[in-house]
Write a protein that binds this ligand. Sequence first.
Ligand SMILES: Nc1ncnc2c1ncn2[C@@H]1O[C@H](COP(=O)(O)OP(=O)(O)OP(=O)(O)O)[C@@H](O)[C@H]1O
Ligand SMILES: [Mg+2]
Length: 301
Amino acid sequence: MKPILVQNLYKKFDQFFAVNDVSFEVESGEIFGLLGPNGAGKTTTIKILVTLLRPTKGKAFVAGYDVTKNPGMVRKNIGVVFQDTTLELDFTARENLEFHARLYGMSDEERKRRVDEVLSLVELSDDADKLVKNFSGGMKRRLEIARGLLHFPKVLFLDEPTLGLDARTRRKIWKYLKEFKGETTIMLTTHYIEEAERMCERVAIMHKGKIVAMDKPASLVKEFEGEVVVVKADNIDKLKNKLQVNFIERNGKIEAFVDNAEKFIAKLFEIARNEKISIEEISLKKSSLEDVYVRLTGGEV
Ligand SMILES: Nc1ncnc2c1ncn2[C@@H]1O[C@H](COP(=O)(O)OP(=O)(O)OP(=O)(O)O)[C@@H](O)[C@H]1O
Ligand SMILES: [Mg+2]
C-alpha cells in the first residue's frame, strides 16, 4: 500500500467544510508538497493524517494503517513537525531528543547513536548541551526536524517547516530533508512556492478545501501554462482596479496571468487610453509554478 492514501476526505467545522472531498496518494520516498493560501485546509488535512483530528467522512491510510481505526500504529510510524514549537525549553537539545527516543522505546545504545546522528544531520552537534530556550528560531526548527526523524519514521509530516526562517536556514532545512529522504516519505506544506517547485517531486495545490491541481511541478507549469504579462505604469493602483484577470504586484509592476497576451495587451492600451494611465513598460515572462498557483488560487501568494 502507498505510504499515504487519502480517499474522498471531508472535515466539517460547524456548517463549513475545511476539507472538501480530497483524494490523493503519495509514493514511497517522495517529497510531496501541499500548497495553498491561508485557510485552504492544509493544516486540517495534515492533522487528520497524523490522527489529531477525526475526518467527518472519507478514508485515510498512513504507513498502511487506517487513521481512524488504527491511530496508535499510525503514530508509531510517523514523525511530525508542526509550526508551533513543542520542544521542552528548559531542556537541552540532547535531553529533548533523549526524552523522545525513550517514548519510542529505543534501546540505550541505539538511542545514543541515533541522537548523535540526527544532531549532526541538522548541524547542532556543537549546541547539543545548550538549553533550548536560548536557541534561535532556526535552531529550534532544526532540532524539531531532528526529533521528527529520530525514530526512523516511515512518513514524516511537516507543516510549514521553513516559515519565518532566513533564506540560508530555509535552504539548509531543504538540504536535510533531501538527505534524509530515501526510505522515508515526506509530506509538507509550504507558502514558499518557488522552494516547493525546486524541492518537491510532486505538489498539490489546495484552495477552499479542494485540491485544484496535482502533479510534478514541471508538469503543472506545462499543463496550466498561460502567458504572464509584466506591466509598469505611472498609476498602478488605478490600473489594478480596471484589470479583469488574476495578477500579482511585484517590484512595482503588475504581473498578469492571461490566456492570450495579444488580446490582453490590446485591452490594456484601451484601459490606459480611457483612464489616462501611461504604460511605461510591457514584457512577457515564462510562467513558473508560482504563476500557476496564482492563476488557480486567485492572486494570493
Ligand atoms: N478547530 C476548528 N474549528 C473551526 N474552524 C476551523 C478549525 N480549524 C480550522 N478551521 C478553519 O478551517 C479552514 C482551514 O484551516 P487550515 O488551518 O486547515 O488552513 P491552512 O491551509 O493550514 O491555512 P494556513 O496557510 O493559514 O496555515 C480555515 O477557514 C479555518 O478557520
Ligand atoms: Mg496551516
